[in-house]
Every structure is written in C-alpha cells, then in structure tokens.
Design a protein around this ligand. Structure first.
Ligand code: PLA
Length: 427
C-alpha cells in the first residue's frame, strides 16, 4: 500500500504524467520473494540474542569464549594491531591479496621446507576466510571442470552444501560417521572412495571435523591417501581449525602432509577465524597445487579473475595481522602458546561436562564427549531433545545435536549438564 501511495504522489509531482506500467508492477515486483529459511548455525545466534533470559547459554556457533564466556582477542593479535596502527596504509591489496600473508599461510599448511613452495607450484590467493576459499574453489571447479562433481562427507558443516550448490557443482555424499559407535565409519568411507568414478573431487576436513569431532587416525589417513592415488581422486582440504585439534598447528597439518608425501595435487582452504580469533576480519587463503610453476601462474590468474567481479580484492587489516604474527618469531611463538591455551581449555570443558553428567547419575554413555576433538561435541541428542534444551533451559545449539565446546565455561557447565541430563534421561 505504501508503495502505491508513494507512486501516486510521484505521479502528481510529475504533473499527472503516469509511468503507469512501471508504477503498477512496483508493489508486486518482489511479491514472490519468500523469507529465506534461517541458517542452521547463524540462525541459532540470532535466536540466542533475542532471548532475554539471564540463564541463556550459546553453544551454537563455533566461536571461542574465555572461561567468563567472553569473546577473546589474542595477545599476539593485539600486539600486531599496535604495530599496524599509524604505520601502515590502507591501500587496496592486489586482486589475489597480500603476498606476505599468502607465503606465511602456505608455510603453515605445506610446511616450512616444502619443495612445492620452493618450486612455486602452488597457486594461492588470499580469501574471504575459509568460506570464501571454499567458494572460490567451487567456482573455479565449475568454470574449468564443468563436468565434475564434489563428494561431501555425511555429515558436514552445513554451509558446504550451500557453497557448492550456489557454485552449481553437483554434489554427492560419502560415508564418514558411524552413529552407533559415534566414531569414524572407516569401512564405509573406504568403500565410497573406491566406488566413486575415477578422478572425483572429494571435500575432506583436514582436522577437527565439523560437526562430529571425529578424525581419521594417521594410519587411516595413509590408507585414504593411498586409495585416492589408486582412484586418481582430487582431495580438497577444508582446514578451518588448524591448531584446534591437537593444540599444535603443525601436528594438525598431518593429513595434508601425508597426501603431499604421496605426491597428490591438493586444494586447501585455510581460515584464521578460529585459530587466530580473527572471525570477523575474514582472513583466509585458498591454495591449489599445480604441476609446475607455469600452471600455477595460470591458475592463480584465473582465481583472481573470479574474485575481481565478486569482491575485487580481499580486506587488508586481517591480512596484515596474520603476516605480522607469522613473520615474527616472537609473535609466532606467542600465537602457538595461545592456540594451545584455547585447545586446552576446550579439552578441560569436555572432561567437566562428562564428569557432571556422570555425577548427575546419567546412565548413558558419554565417552564420546572426551574422545571427540576440536571445537565441537556431536552429542547424539535428537532435534526434539535440542528443542527442549532451548525452550525449557534457554540453551542454544544446532538441531543436529552439536555442542560448541568453545562456549562451555566453568560457570555454565553444571547448568548445561543438568539440562542435558533432564532431556536425555529415560524415566
Ligand atoms: N569450514 C568449516 C568446516 C567450518 O566449520 C567453518 C566455520 C568454515 C569453514 C568457515 O569459517 P570462516 O569463513 O569464518 O573462516 N564454521 C562455524 C561458523 C564456526 C559458521 O558456520 O560460519 C560453525 O559454527 O560451524
């Protein structure tokens, strides 16, 4: 209605000259647009923020909190910011982003002494964090390998499906998790790798699988890598939690290093959201291993060409923070200490949650809380049980039963355990 009367007023102003067809369609131009469904992860944060209850707890999104439930800015990041302030300009970065930041990122993922880096065989661009790296790769895949598909684990981070859907790459799934054992379904995984057509693209979580917290062992990674070689599959690693699995970024790169040792060409999405706490800075890196330097130059130029009409060039501040920290031995060791501190606090909260449940007399098995690794506990709770946690206890988490252990604190763990016990116990 408002649109019609505004259109009528505009016609009067034009001296009665009606641009009628346009004015008539205006009100209904977007009439067919339905509200989008809420995002299964970020929608939880919206609901949490809207809840006035003083008891509310957010264990939805994977965002690290200190033991007082407050967001954390790492000391190494604060120091890097001090060095940036007033000394560096804010000019555009090149389309492919900061070269320094890319070089440091490659060392982190591929190893300080990587031959691939020395031989300039890696095409890499700074990306809009891990999401942007995945999306850029998906767009590249669609453009240059239009007949390819992507195999995605079941389950996975929900946004993986959106990313490859919007890039119009057909999706297949592969077996990953075994609901009964709450561990890896290794046999199912290997079967699916063998049964996929030769040369398929697979999305692998490099470490700290989201949402399950279940990673293959080193030995299992070796077998997976071997089978990929036999099948000539292309592994694309999403590494959003390097450092959060073991507390040591170097150890968490093990799966990637195994594939590199076996001579695979890989793709890799890196994110500094979690391990440097740079969530909103959108700092990440996409890399693709090529056959030689010439191919790497070509691939990088194409990645830049995909970025140019989308966002032109990536943001500068996060890139400066990352390159300053990783380039300075003192700041880097402070960072490593701080990553370990975050990982350790989460491990401590896993123990505390499990112990609280046992003390409350829960007879259900809760070993998976401490067996799983990374930010999340894939609790095994049903969507209905999660709804009860939210409706009766103001505890916010994703309906797949994933608990972000990064949001659990000494202050809320007993409350959380009690609520979980209440909704899971069989009377
Ligand atoms: N890949 C995986 C496996 C992730 O879990 C996430 C973030 C990303 C990529 C992307 O992160 P970035 O773009 O911020 O670097 N997953 C979060 C947040 C932490 C989210 O859903 O966006 C999660 O709660 O699952």
């Amino acid at each position: 209605m408002a649109l019609y009367s505004r259109a009528a007023a505009a016609i009067r102003r034009r001296g009665g000259v009606s641009l009628a067809p346009h004015a008539r369609t205006m009100a209904s131009l977007f009439g067919h647009v339905e509200p989008a469904p809420k995002d299964p992860i970020l929608g939880v944060t919206e609901a949490f923020l809207a809840d006035p209850s003083p008891d509310k707890v957010n264990v939805g999104v994977g965002a690290y909190r200190d033991d007082n439930g407050q967001p954390v800015v790492l000391d190494c990041v604060r120091e890097a910011e001090r060095r940036i302030a007033g000394t560096l300009n804010m000019e555009y970065l090149p389309m492919g982003g900061s070269i320094k930041m890319i070089n440091e990122s490659l060392k982190l993922a591929y190893g300080e002494d990587s031959e691939l880096i020395k031989d300039k065989r890696i095409a890499a661009v700074q990306s809009l964090s891990g999401t942007g790296a995945c999306r850029l790769f998906a767009d590249f895949q669609r453009r240059f390998l239009p007949d390819s598909q992507i195999y995605i684990p079941t389950p996975t981070w929900s946004n993986h499906h959106n990313i490859w859907r919007d890039a119009q790459v057909p999706q297949r799934t592969f077996t990953y998790y075994h609901p009964e054992t709450r561990g890896l379904d290794f046999a199912g995984l290997m079967d699916d790798i063998k049964n996929a057509p030769n040369g398929s693209f697979f999305l692998l979580h490099a470490c700290a699988h989201n949402p399950t917290g279940v990673d293959p062992t080193e030995e299992q990674w070796r077998e997976i890598s071997y089978q990929f070689k036999v099948k000539n599959h292309f592994p694309f690693f999403d590494m959003a939690y390097q450092g959060f699995a073991s507390g040591d970024p170097e150890r968490d790169a093990k799966a990637i290093r195994i594939f590199l040792e076996d001579g695979h060409q890989i793709g890799c999405a890196q994110s500094y959201a979690k391990n440097m706490g740079l969530y909103g800075q959108r700092a990440g890196c996409l890399s693709i291993v090529c056959e030689d330097e010439m191919q790497a130059v070509a691939v990088k130029s194409q990645l830049q060409q995909i970025a140019r009409p989308m966002y032109s060039n990536p943001p500068v501040h996060g890139a400066l923070i990352v390159s300053i920290i990783l380039n300075d031995p003192e700041l880097k060791s402070l960072w490593l200490k701080e990553v370990k501190g975050m990982a350790d606090r989460i491990i401590g909260m896993r123990k505390a949650l499990k112990e609280n449940l046992e003390q409350l007399g829960s007879t259900l098995p809760w070993d998976h809380i401490t067996n799983q690794i990374g930010m999340f506990c894939y609790s095994g709770m049903t969507p209905e049980q999660v709804d009860r946690l939210t409706n009766e206890y103001h505890i916010y988490m994703t309906r797949n039963g994933r608990i972000s252990m990064a949001g659990v604190t000494t202050g809320n763990v007993a409350y959380l355990a009690n609520a979980i016990h209440e909704v899971t116990k069989t009377k």
